[in-house]
Design a protein around this ligand. Structure first.
Ligand code: NI
Length: 135
């Protein structure tokens, strides 16, 4: 291990409590170790962004269709990026909530742009992705 640097990070109390519950469940004894692991996971989840390779994966969007305009905007963005979306799946989670699972395949830069435009739709409950290089 290289040099260790100390840093201060702010957390919403609820988030930290939940994090502590999860690391206790996993059996990790040190919060620092768990945060390091979470950061490594975050890096591996996002390092595809640094490449110019072809990538493939899925983007999950959790939203309420009762939010004004959200559904229409999500559809518009998908139409704009139809060349990198081979398929999409819509699940009605409850009376209000929907989960959109969008398959993506194409240049990393294009997928990155699509993700950014998706987030700009706003008022989404959660957006997550699993993207991997195809090499
Ligand atoms: Ni729905």
């Amino acid at each position: 291990m290289g040099k260790v640097v100390k840093t201060g990070v702010s957390f919403p109390e609820k988030l930290l409590k939940k994090f502590d519950r999860v690391i206790e469940e996993i059996g990790i004894s040190s919060r620092s170790q768990a945060i390091q692991e979470a950061i490594r996971h975050f890096i591996s989840l996002n390092s595809w962004r640094l490449s110019e390779e072809d990538v493939v994966g899925a983007i999950l969007v959790h939203y309420s269709h009762e939010q004004h305009d959200v559904e229409e905007k999500l559809t518009d963005v998908q139409h704009d990026f139809r060349d990198i979306i081979p398929s999409a799946l819509h699940l009605h989670l409850s009376k209000e909530d929907c989960l959109l699972i969008i398959a993506v395949r194409g240049k990393a830069s294009k997928v990155k742009e699509f993700l950014m435009k998706l987030r700009r739709v706003g008022k989404l409950k959660q957006v997550t992705h699993l993207i991997m290089p195809t090499y």
